[in-house]
Design a protein around this ligand. Structure first.
Ligand code: AHR
Length: 537
């Protein structure tokens, strides 16, 4: 059944790619994209393409950490395929150890001789502590990612936080904790720079009021020694659209006699999950979620509508922060985003919050990354939740089985945006019309982002329409092109996903497009993510 759909998918894709050749000679395009090469929006921080790994379900144990004696190929206990794939997509940053887990984690449990580390009941699961700070740092070094730690604010003290930094960053000559790090394998300081001060302090991180959290934030970040590493503190921002949290925190922290300087704060963390997908509305959190695999056309579009709210949330937070920090020193850190479905599609019942990832999730991820690119000057860090075996993951594993999900291809395709200069791109395309609970609803027809690095323009585009091609004329303002290459992720089945039996059911296809001058025609396949790499002449 899957093989038949695979063939159908491949045929549809090659037909749609063939259309691109025909489109070169056609007369009318239904859509237009103007790329304004002379209108830079800001540099896209590579960290915007980061990931999140929590001690939850099978993210770390099985997903990342298989142990040094495992028959599963590993480097120092870390699953080799994960290392290779993260290097392939140039994963710039990884956030750890939570999530909600962070606020019940004692970092001292995860250092020292592994066999002597305590086993804890744990927040989500039993915690063997085989994977602690030294192992996470090994993972970062092997993948090339920058570490981003989340500190425990709910149940540890500011002194314990100081000590964690000391263990990570102090030279061995000056500190017993530095010498403990050396005993754990690294004489050189880790120089960890990014520190989240708690997680979701309005919920699992202590159920605090904004004023109470402000007090904790001050204690954790004032006169905290970094041992030579610049400390970039990230404050807990709102869950989705709770702007009151932002307003009250800013008032308590950046106003009045005891105001702290916004320059001492690196980032403002925002979490927005796409889970509020129920037909009609419900206040029951579980009932509000959709299904990862069983969905119709309305469910397909609702994911993009719900996930797209992140742009408005980013802008409203940016405005409030700007009232207290007019120079906009504080950057947005969207360190948890992605789809969140009801249980049932996870590859094993031990994978808490595990779910399958379809083409729909890939389009949602691409839409989110395009939003980040379009607001490059505002964005400091992004972290997709979560890397493996959990929510909007790039990988699924179970013991020696491992696959990449459609989300992996999005990160692979979009990596050329990292460190590039975002430039303005204007999209006009026929709107999508669909039925939401039997009422007519509309949705944008094409959207995306553009960035420039040296002579390469990267244009990424999402066509959310389930069945219609979008034929676009792409006009470059302020330059002309000498060659175009397309990479396309699509399938004729909007439910398409990879499984252990069919690991390459969904994958990206590359195509050369003959073109020159200042415009190019391209037909964007239905339900697709496309990157056009345009070489400027
Ligand atoms: O990613 C799963 C959970 O979602 C995280 O632990 C928490 O921060 C969020 O609510």
């Amino acid at each position: 059944m899957q093989r038949r759909t695979l063939l159908k998918g491949a045929v549809a894709l090659s037909a749609s790619l063939a259309l691109n050749r025909k489109a070169l000679f056609a007369t009318a395009a239904d859509s237009r994209i103007e790329v304004l090469l002379d209108e830079p929006l800001g540099t896209i921080s590579p960290a915007v393409y980061g990931h999140f790994t929590e001690m939850l379900g099978a993210v770390v144990y099985d997903g990342i950490w298989v142990g040094e004696n495992s028959k599963i190929p590993n480097t120092g206990g870390i699953r080799k395929t994960v290392i290779e794939k993260l290097r392939q997509i140039k994963a710039p940053m990884v956030r750890w150890p939570g999530g909600c887990f962070a606020d019940s984690y004692d970092w001292t449990d995860g250092i020292g001789v592994p066999a002597k580390r305590p086993e804890r009941g744990g927040f989500w699961r039993g915690e063997p502590n085989a994977f602690g700070t030294p192992e996470f740092m090994r993972f970062c070094r092997l993948t090339g990612a920058e570490p981003y730690f989340a500190a425990n604010v709910r149940s540890l003290s500011p002194l314990a936080f100081d000590h964690w930094i000391e263990y990570c960053n102090a030279p061995v000559e000056k500190s017993s904790l530095g010498r403990m790090r050396a005993d754990d394998g690294s004489r050189d300081p880790y120089n960890v720079k990014y520190w989240g001060i708690g997680n979701e302090a309005w919920g699992c991180g202590g159920n605090l009021t904004p004023a109470e959290y402000s007090e904790e934030f001050r204690k954790f970040t004032t006169w905290t020694p970094g041992y030579g590493a610049p400390l970039n503190f990230i404050a807990v921002g709102p869950g989705s659209d709770d702007l009151d949290w932002t307003e009250q925190f800013c008032l308590s922290t950046f106003a009045g006699k005891r105001a702290i300087n916004p320059k001492t704060v690196y980032g403002w963390s925002i979490h927005h999950y796409t889970w509020d997908l129920a037909r009609g509305k419900t206040h029951d959190w579980d009932a509000a979620k959709g299904d990862a695999l069983q969905f119709d056309q309305q469910d397909w579009y609702e994911v993009f509508r719900e996930g797209g709210k992140i742009e408005k949330i980013m802008l409203s937070n940016w405005d409030v922060l700007g009232q207290y920090d007019p120079g906009h020193h504080i950057k947005l850190v969207v360190d948890e985003y992605g789809t969140w479905y009801k249980p049932g599609s996870e590859v094993d019942s031990s994978h808490s919050l595990g779910q399958q990832i379809t083409l729909r999730d890939a389009l949602l991820t691409a839409q989110t990354l395009d939003i980040f690119n379009r607001h490059a000057e505002k964005m400091g860090i992004g972290a997709c939740a979560q890397l493996i075996n959990c929510l909007n993951s790039l990988f699924l594993s179970y013991e020696d089985k491992f696959i990449v999900t459609p989300n992996f291809f999005v990160f692979d395709i979009y990596q050329s945006h990292q460190g590039a200069t975002a430039v303005r791109a204007e999209f006009s395309a026929p709107q999508v019309n669909y039925q939401r609970d039997s009422h007519p609803a509309t949705f944008w027809g094409l959207n995306g982002s553009a960035s420039l690095k040296d002579k390469t323009l990267t244009l990424t585009v999402v066509n959310p329409h389930t069945t219609e091609n979008r034929e676009a004329e792409i006009a470059l303002r302020g330059g002309s092109l000498s060659s175009v290459e397309a990479v396309v992720l699509t399938n004729s089945d909007i439910h398409a996903h990879n499984t252990f039996d069919h690991p390459e059911f969904v994958s990206a296809v590359t195509q050369k497009i003959p073109a020159s001058g200042a415009t190019v025609r391209y037909t964007f396949a239905p339900a697709s993510v496309t990157k056009l790499s345009i070489t400027l002449s």
